[in-house]
Design a protein around this ligand. Structure first.
Ligand SMILES: [Zn+2]
Length: 127
């Protein structure tokens, strides 16, 4: 279950990145836009007037893409962080439990306390 959340989060992050990237690419002026811009400057230079009514680029689509990308990216990151945090708390719980439990001597199998360096039964060095 936790792995699924992480995978879903990673997918969201990747999706967000793709959306951001494509939105960013759409915001970049294309070659046609640049040519049009040069032509506009040239025409304005010739006539000495500002030319109005040149087709303006519609950035709404790319802004929506970037916004969606941001939301999906952040949501994915939060999911990953959340599941990582819960995994962390589980492992620290496990660590506490591990500290409380006794060790067993690898030589004779006797129960040995954690802070003891040598087995009281056979004198074998512990861990
Ligand atoms: Zn022992």
């Amino acid at each position: 279950m936790k792995n699924e959340i992480i995978i879903f989060g990673i997918i969201l992050v990747i999706l967000g990145y793709v959306l951001l990237y494509s939105g960013y690419q759409k915001l970049q002026p294309t070659k046609a836009d640049k040519t049009l811009g040069y032509f506009k400057d040239f025409a304005e230079g010739l006539s000495g007037e500002k030319i109005k009514g040149f087709p303006k680029k519609d950035n709404t689509e790319s802004i929506i893409l970037i916004l969606l990308g941001c939301i999906s990216f952040i949501a994915g990151l939060m999911m990953i962080l959340k599941s990582r945090n819960s995994t962390k708390s589980i492992s620290s719980d496990f660590h506490i439990n591990n500290n409380n439990s006794n060790l067993y001597c690898s030589n004779c199998g006797a129960k040995v306390e954690r802070n003891v360096k040598f087995c009281p039964e056979c004198g074998n060095e512990i861990g």
